[in-house]
Design a protein around this ligand. Sequence first.
Ligand code: 9YT
Length: 139
Amino acid sequence: MIVRTLEDLTDTDRDVTTENWSSRRFLLADDHLGYSLNDTVLHAGTTTTMWYRNHQESVYCVGGTGTLTDLESGDVHPINPGTLYVLDGHERHELYAETDLRMVCVFTPPLTGREVHDADGAYPLLDASLAPAAEAPRR
Ligand code: 9YT
């Protein structure tokens, strides 16, 4: 059994802050669960463009308000506590945080924790052995 608290992660290498967001990585690839889970706060007033070519991500809002734009369809969705969105088609998307926006994010394959967004807003696949077969050639 694994039991972790936010306090356990604070100021460790599982506590990552960028200009737009802070992310506390509760579960990473080296926990060997097949997915990763983090608690991310997108900072109020920021807009983040993302495109997870190599991952699927499920994101559940537990605090704050904002707007999600699907950059492929143009659809805009309000984000509030209790809203889940799932990027099951590797959709390019943009997340605007009207207030601090607290999101629980699950990635498959799991993040290793060393990823940074590339110019497309994507995360590279750092451990190719974790890739689904269809995704492996895309590196
Ligand atoms: C909603 C969101 O920001 N998802 C990306 C995860 C987060 N930025 C992270 O932990 O890298």
